[in-house]
Ligand binder design. Structure first.
Ligand code: FES
Length: 150
């Protein structure tokens, strides 16, 4: 981990104004912002820890909790809700054995909810990584997950 974080910091010439980009790259590398990585950023870039953590917690896109390889987003916006989004979430929670916000023990999946993905006509919608699954039904959940289980 040390070397990867150092490489990222060097890529930006330890430029303090690039802190957000550095945190984005660290999150891309590890799927979340490990505490040890944030401490390293603080020390290497001579930025107070409180400032690094303030930035890391300000943006919703950043996570301080370990996340799975695949992020599963279930839409619970109004259009998806009325078409059964909650039932899809229940099925995913059962199949993955985690509640919304949780990460599977094998670190393959993190289950999250969102309020709209901008494709309401195809609701209920689930997104895994960059792939959207519209008109989702409980019957399709398992085969959708199987694409990402390997
Ligand atoms: S409410 Fe689900 S995509 Fe808009």
């Amino acid at each position: 981990m040390k070397d990867k974080v150092t490489t990222i910091i060097r890529k930006y010439d330890s430029d303090r104004s690039q802190l957000v980009s550095i945190l984005q790259d660290i999150q891309t590398e590890f799927n979340y912002l490990p505490r040890t990585a944030l401490d390293k950023v603080s020390k290497k870039m001579n930025i107070p820890e409180s400032q690094v953590y303030a930035m890391a917690t300000f943006f919703r896109a950043f996570s301080l909790k370990e996340r799975g390889k695949h992020i599963v987003n279930v839409c619970l916006g109004t259009a998806c809700h009325v078409r059964g989004g909650e039932l899809i979430l229940d099925t995913l929670e059962r199949q993955l054995s985690v509640k919304a916000g949780g990460t599977t023990k094998d670190l393959k999946f993190t289950l999250e909810t969102v309020n709209c993905m901008g494709c309401c006509a195809t609701g209920p919608v689930v997104k895994i990584g960059d792939e959207y699954f519209g008109h989702m039904t409980n019957d399709k959940v398992e085969s959708m997950l199987n694409k990402y289980r390997e």
